[in-house]
Design a binder for this molecule. Structure first.
Ligand code: GLA
Length: 460
């Protein structure tokens, strides 16, 4: 994390935000500025929480925090966007969350992650100092571009800096990987890893358990058009139950396969892939079809009895102490086969996509993205008619491939184009999609660039 990650306008923004802090804290106080970008995922959707790889890029939209330590254990947050009210809270070994949906829970989630990490290594929370944070988020919210990861990553870095604590980017990524569990979303670690490890002009091939990332150069003639449907995909709100249900469905598929293939210690589909030599998606799906029902009743009871467990034991294993009624919407049956088919086929596509990008085979990359969208729509049921419309529109206008990006259920699409074709794709989206929404299209779509991951500087 060096200041090469900053562009000059971001540094100016940070310096302006720090002025009030300097005035209050005095000339000797150490002031820090942190930036953390959002991400757009090229391919590898809904695979991270199964421990399977992803291929995102960090984007040139970021959250910036200016920070100074306080003497007490008090944390105070001021958001430059006045839609998000000021918040003050005290550090504690276990910080209680604000009510669901409060923006500051993402900051609390990050601080809790840092406290847990250092407490496990012998640093008492009473030795940590609070901080004043001024926050300016420029990653669009509810758009599937990881504004929440940008906020948790920047908060964790700011809090560590003001406490004189330092970790490598990869250690920090592991520390914040599960921070969204704090807000009730059982998310994987892709977004935080992309935000921390991003590299200019590169996508990141990220693998899990253990977390590692390898940059993959974006071919120079490629352009990424990212377009927000403005159908809000708010993971702490409406989408949370849908998302968590997918996590449970994938976990059940893993357990059924473990029994069928007599594999031990399997918790997620990635463990199955690791346990089987020379796996392929078709064989694993066929093995699953032989052993598991396509769908199960919604309250885990049927799954538990087929797996020889009590419902309580299975729920505890999969959900910890979370209330199944909150995590899952218990009205619809759980899908097992379709979800696994998506995850395994998507993993094959990620591996092919890395090779295609490396070799500059953009048409092949585009075809893989199209296939990913189809699989997300048909097998993972996380597209919407608006996302489908946008994807078709982008393809008709010359995109090599287009798909929903992020968790889906709303949010954005990403279209891979040859740079010369990007203006035509944008014009088509403006004409065929945005003209029917009462919004200026310039605020909703753009060509985004693969940018550097998070950075930290000390301000003079
Ligand atoms: C959200 C989550 C990620 C990942 C994606 C889907 O962005 O935060 O961990 O699961 O959805 O790929």
């Amino acid at each position: 994390m060096s200041d090469r990650a900053w562009d000059s306008s971001e540094l100016d923004r940070a310096a302006a935000m720090a002025r009030g802090l300097r005035a209050a804290a005095g000339p000797d106080a150490r002031l820090f500025a942190v930036r953390a970008p959002g991400r757009v995922n090229l391919i590898g959707e809904h695979t991270d929480y199964s421990g399977l790889p992803v291929l995102p890029v960090a984007i040139d939209r970021s959250t910036i925090i200016a920070a100074v330590a306080t003497r007490s254990g008090e944390v105070s947050l001021r958001n430059e966007n006045r839609l998000y009210p000021d918040r003050d809270f005290k550090l504690a070994r276990n910080i209680p969350p604000y009510p669901t949906g409060d923006w500051a829970n993402y900051v609390k989630a990050a601080l809790q992650g840092v406290i847990d990490h250092f407490a496990d290594r012998g640093t008492e929370v009473t030795r940590l100092r609070g901080a004043k944070l001024v926050i300016d988020g420029r990653v669009p919210t509810g758009a599937g571009l990881s504004s929440s990861a940008a906020l948790t990553v920047s908060s964790a870095l700011a809090f560590m800096a003001t406490n004189g604590l330092a970790l490598s980017p990869i250690e920090t990524a592991a520390l914040v990987a599960h921070s969204e569990w704090y807000v009730g979303t059982m998310a994987g670690g892709m977004d935080q890893a992309a935000s921390l490890l991003g590299q200019r002009d590169h996508a990141l091939f990220i693998e899990f358990n253990p977390l590692r990332a390898r940059p993959v150069k974006m071919p120079s003639e490629a352009a990424l058009v990212v377009a927000d449907s403005r159908e809000e995909a708010d993971k702490s709100g409406n989408v949370r139950a849908e998302y968590n249900r997918r996590v449970v469905e994938c976990g059940l598929a893993a357990r059924f396969l473990a029994r069928a293939l007599t594999l031990n210690g399997v918790r997620e589909l990635g463990d199955v892939v690791k346990g089987v030599k020379e796996w392929n998606a078709a064989d694993l799906v066929a093995a699953l079809a032989e052993t598991a029902p396509e769908r199960l009743n919604p309250d885990l009871a049927q799954a538990a009895s087929r797996l020889g467990l009590s419902s309580e034991a299975l729920a505890r294993e999969m959900l910890g102490d979370r209330d199944p009624h909150i995590v899952l919407d218990l009205h619809r049956p759980l899908e097992i086969l379709k979800r696994a088919r998506h995850v395994f086929s998507e993993t094959e596509r990620v591996l092919q996509a890395v090779r295609a990008l490396q070799a500059g085979r953009l048409a092949e990359m585009g075809a893989l993205m199209n296939e990913s969208h189809r699989s997300l729509a048909e097998d993972f049921d996380c597209s919407t008619s608006r996302l489908d419309r946008m994807v078709s529109c982008a393809r008709r206008a010359g995109a090599l491939g287009a798909r929903l990006t992020g968790a889906g259920f709303g949010g954005s699409i990403v279209a891979l184009c040859r740079a010369d074709d990007a203006p035509g794709v944008i014009a088509a989206l403006d004409r065929d999609y945005y003209s029917s929404l009462q919004i200026p299209p310039q605020s909703a779509r753009a060509v985004l660039h693969a940018s550097a991951g998070a950075g930290l500087v000390e301000l003079a």
